[in-house]
Design a protein around this ligand. Sequence first.
Ligand code: FPP
Length: 238
Amino acid sequence: MADTAKSAGHVAVIMDGNGRWAQMRGRPRLMGHHAGAKRVREIVEACPDVGVKHLTIFAFSTENWKRTQTEVAGLMRLFKRYIRRETQDLINNGVRVRFIGDRIRLEDSLVALMDDLELATSHNTKMNLTIALNYGGRDEVTRAVKRLAYDVEQGKLSHSNVNAEVLSGYLDTHFLPDPDLVIRTSGEARISNFLLWQSAYAEYEFVDTLWPDFTAAEFVKLVSRFGQRERRYGGIAV
Ligand code: FPP
């Protein structure tokens, strides 16, 4: 069936290119991440005006631990600083923040800040910002299946009742609709383990801009272009 509702209600973003942006300027990679963090605020603020109710951003993947210790530690410090600095503005702007990913490997002090931010913004309804931190699509599905199998073992769920909807309910993203549009910056056309299950019918936009150069204007342009596409979900146009 053709879908004539044109708004990209849920946009997911792979924010790529921070390292190259810094290296092109002869600066340490972390400087690129700091420049990238500033863009997050701008994109969040642009969402309500273009009908984006849910924004999900890929901040740190389960594979990013392979980076140097300096870069990983710098990113963790950056996430803490971002949470401390942005909490009040996020509250004022009606943004509800939630984190997806496995918290088990994250420092306690970061997890405490994440919990506080989720709680402090839990009554906000203007838009949802979901931050993927130590997130990987395969890891998420594996953790979900483990929990589901446990519930079957405990007799809380019958194997014959397991379907796509039930499995979706065990995912980290159980509170979110599927993404309509996935954007990746920096010219790479890969999805890198991001929202694998949820993006089955998403549209993709791969743009050359490095994340620290990605403006709200470019974001708005991509979201508007989405509005002109026709989505058929495997059916035919009517
Ligand atoms: C990918 O660029 C980016 C990351 C691994 C980190 C993303 C983090 C931010 C944008 C910082 C701010 C986030 C929040 C939530 C405050 P890359 O390092 O892979 O770039 P490269 O491909 O050029 O090396």
